[in-house]
Design a protein around this ligand. Structure first.
Ligand SMILES: [Zn+2]
Length: 254
């Protein structure tokens, strides 16, 4: 490929999706409010991982917003994407690193029967439905899935997930995955990536760093629709993800 074309190819395939985690009635509201002003100014449309029926005691400690669902509807009407982030966000199983991504840790979804998973996903979707929120994409608390999780999601028509390894969106188990690699503000020189932002861990300094990061890379920030449109098992996407995996394995072996 001539150098000019290669540059063009890299530029076309370097983008960032802004994903926020743990959005629910109880959270550090002042930071999402600051982010909302920033995003409106820059015309950025993030993905918000909303917990439909939060019962997580850690999260319940944060300030509560009574008109939460009205605010979510307002975000949706701005073109922000609302993703389903689990149902209750309560971990009641242990993965022992047998989860789909081998991340390990506790889970709300891993290891349960298909029937139980269907019940949990149904409860979440019913809440969103009753609040007039459209859901087409999902990501599990603590990144933990098993094959039944995918089956249960597909039974409810959800076949898009923002999670996992890779530098490009890809298809597996008939699900489109948009990869999410880093916790920090990182813009890779190549690839289509999602951030993972926990506002509840922020202080003022974190907001300022995030703001600088967003302003610096605003031209590279894409919407959920733009990211998912790139999801395919084209030879090029598969090759890129294969080399990333090899690279990560090599780094770990050093
Ligand atoms: Zn979470």
């Amino acid at each position: 490929m001539p150098f000019g074309l290669l540059n063009q190819f890299i530029s076309n395939n370097t983008s960032l999706l802004v994903r926020f985690d743990d959005i629910c009635e109880n959270m550090k509201w002042k930071y999402i409010e600051k982010c909302e002003i920033l995003f409106d100014e820059l015309n950025i449309k993030p993905v918000l991982g909303v917990i439909p029926n939060n019962r997580d005691n850690e999260l319940l400690k944060y300030p509560n917003k009574k008109n939460f669902w009205e605010i979510v509807r307002n975000w949706q009407s701005k073109g922000w994407t609302i993703a389903m982030h689990g149902n209750s966000h309560v971990y009641d199983s242990e993965t022992n690193k047998k989860d789909y991504f081998n991340y390990g840790g506790k889970s709300e979804f891993f290891g349960h029967s298909l029937e139980e998973l269907m019940k949990r996903i149904k409860l979440g979707l019913e809440k969103f439905n009753s609040e007039n929120i459209k859901i087409r994409t999902f990501f599990a608390p603590n990144h933990t899935y098993d094959k039944n999780t995918f089956l249960a999601l597909k039974n409810f028509g959800i076949n898009e997930i923002i999670d996992g390894y890779g530098l490009m969106p890809y298809l597996d188990h008939d699900i489109k995955f948009i990869p999410q690699l880093f916790y920090k503000n990182v813009m890779l020189p190549f690839g289509i990536q999602s951030t993972q932002i926990h506002l509840n861990y922020w202080d003022e300094k974190d907001f300022e760093l995030f703001k600088k990061f967003i302003i610096k890379y605003k031209k590279k920030i894409i919407t959920y629709d733009q990211a998912i449109a790139r999801g395919s098992n084209s030879f090029i996407n598969l090759s890129i993800n294969f080399f990333l995996k090899m690279g990560l394995k090599t780094l770990r072996a050093l």
